[in-house]
Write a protein that binds this ligand. Structure first.
Ligand code: IPM
Ligand code: MG
Length: 370
């Protein structure tokens, strides 16, 4: 059985606490011989800045490039609000995405039956929800040049960010989304702002062409990103897979997270191109939630998004879909038994802390595996 090399980057805030729960799972899988992993720890974000004045070092980047998968916690916090822009905690994450060429970000939003009442939306709107947001992750306004603030000398400054997409970038993210749709309910919604943005015009055109050329069997629709956002909260079950650019994807996936009850529930996978020779792809797995400095160290963090992100690593990097299904089932079972961290608690449920939630999920997994 192959041994998979994992780089664990817990980061800041609640990152280390939720990562510890994934480590518990990895160690168990390894000890049981269910799968073989080696893990190395590394620093990223504010914790890396404290150690090296950089949000990620070249040495850690080299480890990320050599790993079979990177498991990432969260970065940032008020402690680093005034560090130089290029060394801010988020820069470490953006460098990982860019240098590893992780252009495809998969953000599933699934509403577990037991949590339908934790959403701020009505039960009938979210119950049974299962959608996938595919966010372009290495292009667009996040990385486009020029990206500057210029002093105009008259007491005014000018800030510029550049939204830029080439045909190939839109084609490859569209293919990832169409392929996923084929394995799901066969429907893809593409979101852009073609009514005001040239990049939206091209996005729409290229997705339409890829569909006509390669994916006629998939149902394709286009929505403007603003009304798409409205439809996400109005009737989210109209969607199956949504494909959109880097910035819209950032915003729409936070909205989708709330449909599931809490930001603490949403995992993500960031994937690179498949190497034709090795059939492998670079990958990074991270919860969509941030470092939540306000609750760091209190045991209130919900480890589910982090654990489910590891589940996505099993599914998308290591071809262990069956084990990933079991892990998802273990999470659902723990929720069905009424265990809740603070972010998803409701009347009549059992309050647990981060560790208790992690241990309960492992116990369910053990039972499913026995
Ligand atoms: C996300 C986050 C990041 C982003 C931040 C931390 C740079 O919000 O992954 O959604 O904006 O992409
Ligand atoms: Mg975000």
């Amino acid at each position: 059985m192959a041994t998979h090399k994992l780089l664990l980057l817990p980061g800041d805030g609640i990152g280390p606490e939720v990562m510890a729960e994934v480590k518990r799972l990895i160690d168990w899988l390894d000890a049981q011989g269910i799968a073989h992993f080696t893990t190395e720890p590394g620093l990223v974000g504010g914790s890396a800045y404290d150690a090296s004045q950089q949000s990620i070092t070249d040495a850690t980047m080299a480890m990320a490039m050599a790993a079979d998968a990177v498991i990432f916690g969260a970065v940032g916090g008020p402690k680093w609000d005034s560090v130089p822009y290029d060394a801010r905690p988020e820069a470490g994450l953006l460098r990982l995405r860019k240098d590893m060429a992780l252009f495809a970000n998969l953000r599933p939003a699934v509403c577990y039956p037991a949590l339908a009442d934790a959403s701020s939306l009505k039960r009938e709107v979210v119950e049974g929800l299962d959608i996938m947001i595919v966010r372009e992750l290495t292009g667009g306004v996040y990385f486009g040049e020029p990206k500057t603030i210029t002093d105009l000398g008259n007491g005014q400054k000018r800030a510029i960010d550049t939204q830029v997409y080439d045909t190939y970038e839109i084609e490859r993210i569209a293919r990832v989304a169409f392929d996923l749709a084929r394995k799901r309910r066969n429907k893809l919604t593409s979101m852009e702002k073609r009514n005001v943005m040239k990049s939206g015009v091209l996005w729409n055109e290229v997705v339409t062409q890829v569909h006509a050329r390669e994916y006629k069997d998939v149902q394709l629709e286009h929505q403007l990103a603003d009304s798409g956002g409205m439809n996400l909260v109005k009737w989210p079950k109209q969607f199956d897979v949504i494909v959109t650019d880097n910035l819209f994807g950032d915003m729409l996936s936070d909205i989708a997270a709330m449909l599931t009850g809490s930001l603490g529930m949403l995992p993500s996978a960031s994937l690179g191109e498949i190497d034709v020779k090795t059939k492998k792809r670079r990958s990074l797995f991270e919860p969509v939630h941030g470092s939540a400095p306000d609750i760091a160290g209190t045991g209130a963090a919900n480890p589910i998004a982090m654990i489910a992100s590891f589940g996505m690593a099993l599914r998308y990097s290591f071809d262990m879909g069956e084990l990933a299904d079991k892990l998802d089932a273990a999470i659902a079972a723990v929720l069905a038994k009424g265990l809740r961290t603070a972010d998803i608690k409701s009347e009549g449920t059992i309050a647990v802390n981060t560790t208790e939630m992690g241990e309960a999920i492992l116990k369910e997994l053990q039972a499913l595996h026995a």
